[in-house]
Design a protein around this ligand. Sequence first.
Ligand code: FAD
Length: 492
Amino acid sequence: MGSDAPAIILFRRDLRVADNRALAAAVGTGRQVLPLFVLDEEIAGARPSGAASRWWLHQSLAALGERLGDLGSGLVIRRGETAKVLAGVIDRSGAGAVFWNRRYHPAEAAVDAALKKSLRACGLIAESFDGMLLHEPSLVKTGSGGFYKVYTPFWKALAAGSEPRDPVDAPDSISGCSARVASVPLEELKLLPRKPDWSDGLAERWTPGEEGGRRALAGFLRHRIEDYAEARDLPGRPGTSMLSPHLAFGEITPFQVMAALTRSRMADRNPADAERFRKEIVWREFSYHLLFHNPDFHRENFRREFDGLEWRRDAEGLRRWQRGLTGYPIVDAGMRELWRTGWMHNRVRMIVASFLVKHLGIDWREGEAWFWDTLVDADAANNPVNWQWVAGTGADAAPYFRIFNPVLQGEKFDPSGDYVRRYVPELEKVPDRYIHRPWDAPARVLADSGVSLADIYPPPVVDHDVARRRALAAFAAIRGGGNDDETGETKR
Ligand code: FAD
């Protein structure tokens, strides 16, 4: 293999050209560059993407292909086992180098480590780079050499470290590979939903791809961050960055986010808001840190003492939760936002997750799986780690006995009911006073609002006090008791 043999850049969940160190390295060799994406769904231990993520992937690959084409080298798309596909592509192109950005699910990291070894054994250059996380999970260690199980010391350790590196510019151009390497049409990956096609609401809300991520970040720093610490808890207002799917697909990197935050000088002008936002980005790092050390986070209670908890089997309750028909308006609004747009506000994610686990007594894994399938930002680390946090089974988790009252949560965080009315339009005319508890409204008020609790909107699937007592009893059975806490306060 000569030193002019082409270089392959292997794309995975890093669907961008800016701050892509693997792409920069491939271009930097001066060789012809072959961008390759392989849809590999056979990695043991890692989960295939859910339906909403597949929709996003399709759109994001289309955007990336166009961008790479403009730069001079179109994207080759294939499906199959990465190592096998790569061997064929290397054969066909005569490539002498393969570059990629690192992944941190242990199963994927193992595949990549084996790949590196075998490519190098064949005399190829094989290099991997950072991009997905600010800190390599393997390098962040507690004083005693273990991994962090509590967020605050993790945050402090990272905050005391060096500033993140600067992002790397996108290449001005890419010298394409002259060898003809077959690519399958994107449609053949069959990532889009058909019969029924439920993706209209997703397409309305989102612009997948690097440009969409760049715009989301710019818009957030221009209009929303100044009030972030408070507004991030109010689902009726656009108070957060909406960056999660762009981060999940690597269309933007945390390095770019941090650099833009620094450039905005927000830390001088609104230190509390800037710090709060930085802390959320570091929650993402913490989730990956936990996943890296606990590959089965989506399957196993992190705190094994919860293995003895008796979950309820309640197919009807689960179905009503999934469809947004629990009779608790804030829960139903959240579940319908998720179904329609592929996303849900963080505060509401906590409320609906708590409702499933504590009010319905259903195993957190059922909820995690539903989110995995329906979220466009479904993330192998953030999803299970947050579910276990809410369930009380996770690392640094909210105590199991903290049981959110969905009425108080709604009244506190959606006081005028804007959020509920947006997603539960049958309650549109219910006065603010009853919007989070329509069952308390006098019959005349309900009639004037056009609501009947029999056929327009359901009565509560379970009474709050009954549910709370049942959850506490289940908890007491394995822990020997605990205190209730209804304030709805969380440190998040
Ligand atoms: P912002 O408030 O603007 O935050 C900026 C970024 O920080 C986010 O994009 C995200 O990358 C990160 N972040 C924010 N909150 C958290 C958090 N609690 N944990 C980890 N990282 C965080 N987030 C996902 O990205 N994918 C998931 O699959 C996911 N599942 C969740 C499940 C449950 C039950 C809960 C309670 C939370 C989950 N989250 C998940 C975390 C959080 O809800 C989303 O990251 C956030 O709502 C995304 O909106 P945003 O980009 O506007 O957030």
